[in-house]
Design a protein around this ligand. Structure first.
Ligand code: ADP
Ligand code: ASP
Ligand code: MG
Length: 408
């Protein structure tokens, strides 16, 4: 009898009919002899609507109150799902993060899980009750409700799976697994039967929102088997696990992209030590995450320093950079908030040359300019104009032969 943690995303519990459908799936799994604990997201686009509501009341809502508000979404769906299961005659009990508790750090909106108190869940599982837990929220040491970042219910599920020493953590969504790229953009994308933690980390880190990045980090650290499945149709999904060493690693496994980028460039800085630090210190002090960083040296005396941030942080970041650049006469700050990033990921890239050449050749044929490039051992990311993103992803998907083969 295995212990399975299932997480249902917003679309999966987006209506009363969906809540009943999910309750039936859970009951079926339990009938098959599995012990099941469940994590749920807020229904449909509830969290987005709550964010909008907060901004109608106040342009810059207090972060603590924002967390108190956003955490309500998951409390609704857990209680409703528990009711639906009970209606099927299946004992179930809902829990929010304070009731367990799920202890987190105190940073509102970006708290990190530090401990999951699993005792109530263990008692329920022992006595045949299905526990249903709120995703995305936690509880700080001072008793405040926190949230762990948008899309964070995936991470809650893995944290619970680790705490309960589950056999598998299943993320049920509106796609049948992890695809070679977002199937909404490229319908020819194909489902991957399995993918390594390492590759999934890169895909999630580069913007593929099918899994929350920290959920993959957590699963990789504890060797927790993760499976992405559809809650709408049966199927094997995608298993995220250690790399299969019996077969050659795929050169390119998938393409991720992220439209929420903005770039800032400081040209004409003096080329001397400490210049990058001077530019980035105010950005990190403002708790703004920096993604790509590139330094160009057009001549021995000068350097151009470029970096990217989330589009929501653009105005603040460019303002701080302008202030920092004042210290360097002749330096000029420019920015662009209509850029997007795409990344080609594959662990076979380490041993196979030519991946970058194919990328640049394909983008050249499409007359798409590359604005910034960054690489890791198993990834090449490029920044392009937002208007070129879709064309670039489609062309690269084809160039690397990732499309589904037409059925014979
Ligand atoms: P949930 O609400 O269930 O958490 P999300 O919307 O967060 O679901 O994630 C599922 C979505 O991720 C899919 O609808 C799909 O558009 C998107 N997606 C992006 N990249 C991929 C990929 N490589 N494979 C599958 N889905 C992807
Ligand atoms: N409801 C939260 C969000 O929309 C968390 C999640 O869905 O994972 O971001
Ligand atoms: Mg999600």
């Amino acid at each position: 009898m295995s212990l399975i943690i299932q997480k249902y995303g917003g679309t999966s519990v987006g209506s009363v009919a969906r809540i009943h459908a999910v309750a039936e799936q859970i009951a079926k799994l339990a009938d098959e002899g599995h012990r099941v604990a469940v994590v749920v997201s807020a229904m449909g686009d509830t969290t987005d609507r709550l964010v909008e509501l907060a901004h109608e009341v106040c342009p810059e809502p207090d972060p603590r109150e924002m967390d108190a508000l956003l955490a309500t979404g998951e409390m609704v769906s857990t209680a409703l799902l528990a009711m639906a299961l009970r209606r099927l005659g299946r004992p179930a009990r809902s829990y929010n993060a304070m009731q367990l508790p799920i202890a987190t750090t105190a940073q509102a909106g970006r708290a990190r899980i530090v401990r999951v108190e699993a005792e109530s869940l263990q008692n329920d599982l022992r006595t045949g009750i299905v526990p249903i837990v709120t995703g995305f929220q936690g509880c700080a040491a001072n008793g405040d409700l926190t949230t762990i970042g948008r899309g964070g219910s995936d991470t809650t599920a893995v944290a619970l799976a680790v705490a309960l020493v589950a056999d598998e953590c299943q993320i049920l969504s509106d796609v049948a697994g992890v695809y070679t790229t977002d199937p909404r953009m490229v319908p020819e994308a194909k489902r991957l039967p399995r993918i390594s933690y390492e590759e999934m980390l890169e895909l999630a880190g580069q913007g593929s929102r099918v899994l929350h990045l920290r959920c993959v980090e957590f699963a990789a650290r504890y060797g927790m088997k993760l499976r992405v499945l559809s809650s709408f149709e049966a199927g094997p999904g995608t298993l995220i696990c250690q790399e299969d060493r019996k077969v050659e690693a795929p050169v390119v496994s998938g393409i991720a992209f992220n439209r929420d980028e903005a770039s800032i460039t400081v040209g004409g800085l003096p080329h001397k030590p400490g210049m990058a630090y001077a530019m980035l210190k105010p950005i990190s002090e403002a708790a703004i995450d920096v993604d790509m960083i590139v330094v160009n040296t057009p001549d021995t005396d000068h350097a151009d320093f470029s970096f990217t941030v989330h589009r929501n942080d653009y105005s603040k970041a460019i303002e701080l950079t302008r202030v920092a650049a004042h210290a360097f006469p002749g330096a000029a700050v420019t920015g662009n908030d209509r850029v997007a990033k795409l990344a080609v990921v594959g662990s076979g890239m380490r041993s196979q040359p030519g991946v970058a050449t194919t990328l640049f050749e394909t983008l050249a044929k499409e007359a798409i300019n590359v604005r910034l490039v960054s690489t890791s051992e198993i990834k090449i990311s490029v920044l392009v104009a937002e208007k070129d993103l879709e064309r670039a992803v489609r062309a690269l998907h084809q160039a690397y032969g990732l499309e589904r083969k037409p059925s014979p």
